[in-house]
Design a protein around this ligand. Structure first.
Ligand code: GLU
Length: 309
């Protein structure tokens, strides 16, 4: 049995000195302010015990990792009807690509590329005010994390709102196909606020535990989603969680993960653990460079994989 505390500390120490740490996302100006030197790891086991290293207690913008929680919430609302508006195939394209949308008539490839996540936000918004929809997403994340202090950074939400031209293009384009039902402005408002949720690695690792434990929060025993749904969300994380880097992530790490441009990655190892890593420097596909390396080492040393031990 690998000592998870020693593992977290070792992997952090080995990688922390790396000179190439990638590039901090700067298309959202507020994110560009974060220091490239940050690096945190938290591994939560199914008893909810967290093993940490580095900046695991420092909050960061979870960005696209929020798409996992929003998807779980939207599926709870509309069930499989969601799949009439969003696909389940890897895109092979960048997170904010518009190209496939034309060919596929406004139906995004999957719920984790931006277009798909904007449709998911639109589904959550239906019949609500934006404030209520945002509150619902935040509540879901707080319950999953078992932490009432999780919050939204309004400066990041504003920064995205002011510079989210591509997301506005995606949303307007899908609206033209009838796949955005609310006003584009309101739907984007929900999407930007959900992306602006900030959490630290400990909170994020805790929030992923229900996925690692067949849909049930192992600390409270409460069923957050059904076992089947947890499996399916995890399958999408594996196939689509890292945009056009998803194949490489599956190859190198071998368990489901979802990245965000804030430099975080949430990874779940079914039946074993939930892991959050954070380092804001990104690789060419927009995924955390050190974070991916850290998960690769954790996978190697534990033998954890969904493809057998
Ligand atoms: N809020 C980001 C955007 O829409 C999310 C992208 C990401 O984290 O990959 O551009």
């Amino acid at each position: 049995m690998v000592d998870l505390q020693v593992l977290a500390r070792d992997v952090h120490a080995e990688l922390n000195g790396e000179a190439d740490r990638g590039k901090v996302a700067d298309y959202i100006p507020e994110l560009a302010k974060v220091s490239l030197n940050k690096f945190g790891i938290a591994i939560a086991n199914l008893d909810g015990v967290c093993f940490t290293a580095g900046d695991a207690d420092e909050a960061f913008s979870i960005q696209s990792i929020s798409k996992v929680f929003a998807l779980a919430l939207a599926l709870g609302k509309v069930g499989d009807a969601l799949w009439r508006r969003v696909g389940r195939e890897p895109s092979g394209s960048a997170f904010n690509s518009i190209i496939q949308l034309e060919h596929e008539k406004g139906i995004p490839r999957n719920p984790f590329i931006n277009a798909g996540a904007i449709v998911v936000s639109d589904i959550i918004l239906a019949g609500h005010r934006p404030r209520e929809a945002i509150g619902e997403i935040l509540r879901f994340v707080r319950v999953a994390a078992n932490d009432e202090t999780v919050s939204i950074d309004p400066a990041v939400a504003r920064s995205e709102q002011e510079h989210g031209f591509r997301n506005a293009a995606l949303a307007n384009y899908m609206r033209a196909f009838g796949n955005i039902r609310n006003s584009v402005e309101l739907t984007l408002g929900v999407y930007f606020h959900q992306c602006a949720i900030e959490m630290n690695c400990v909170q994020l690792a805790q929030a992923g535990l229900f996925l690692a434990n067949g849909g049930c929060d192992p600390r409270s025993g409460i069923s957050v989603v059904s076992r089947e749904r947890a499996r399916r969300i995890s399958a999408l994380m594996l196939t689509c969680g890292h945009y056009d880097g998803s194949g490489d992530f599956a190859f190198k790490v071998g368990f489901p993960g979802k990245s965000g441009v804030g430099g975080g990655i949430l990874a779940v190892v079914p039946g074993k653990a939930s892991i959050a890593v954070w380092s804001p420097g990104l690789n060419a596909q927009g995924n955390s460079l050190l974070g991916t390396k850290a998960l690769e080492r954790i996978a190697q040393r534990t033998g954890w994989s969904v493809f057998g031990t």
